[in-house]
Design a protein around this ligand. Sequence first.
Ligand SMILES: [Zn+2]
Length: 247
Amino acid sequence: MNRVELVTKPIDHLTEGLDEFVPANERHLLVVLPHPDDESFAAGGTMARCADANVPVTFLCGTYGDMGRRMGSPFFATRESMRDVRVSELREACRVLGATPRWLGLRDRTVEFEDPHDVAARIRDHLDELSPSTVITFFPGHAVHPDHDALGHATHLAVRTWAGGRPNLLAVAVGDRADIRAKLGPPHVYCDVRSVVERKLGALAAHRSQTEMMFQRWERGDEDDEQTRTFREEMLVLERYYRLPLD
Ligand SMILES: [Zn+2]
């Protein structure tokens, strides 16, 4: 299915019963995820839509992604250059999405070994400064990668214990969709990203070390099973979130 077909195809069957995320109602969107590229996959369209509505968008990136195993196709990064490569890729992705990057400075692939209360305290410093109306993070325990789960947990803790306000806390669950639905039920909120799909793709492409192979596979159309196709089609039309309770 080409992009024009995707953008013009109705999405009602995907959004039924879900609340629509309305950028115009926002004051500041803060996205807290552990790796450069998580933001573009998980919330790139929501970020671009907020930027279009003149809502400030900040991506607080947990780590520098320097332990990533993908180094380009063909390789253009080394373990030594990885941090610089991923920092500049993220700066470019944020430029495309209209977001400002910040760094928590945690060590890649070891977020689960940090004290969540320490990490939460550091996130609260950013909450104090930015006073976001919505915070997006990963759904703790349903985000596949240990760094994702750990930073989702610390972010949930940070927002729950923040005295400065009650932002909406939206969580991204990762993995097999039927499996997620069986465990968590349907998501609560969706953001229609069809108007910003080119920028979401541009931001993903900016993370060249991580996404070049994926785009090559997409273009070739091989290894394309039903689940991959569905994932790709849905990520280009909407982003879905669970509301995390703050009590
Ligand atoms: Zn990640």
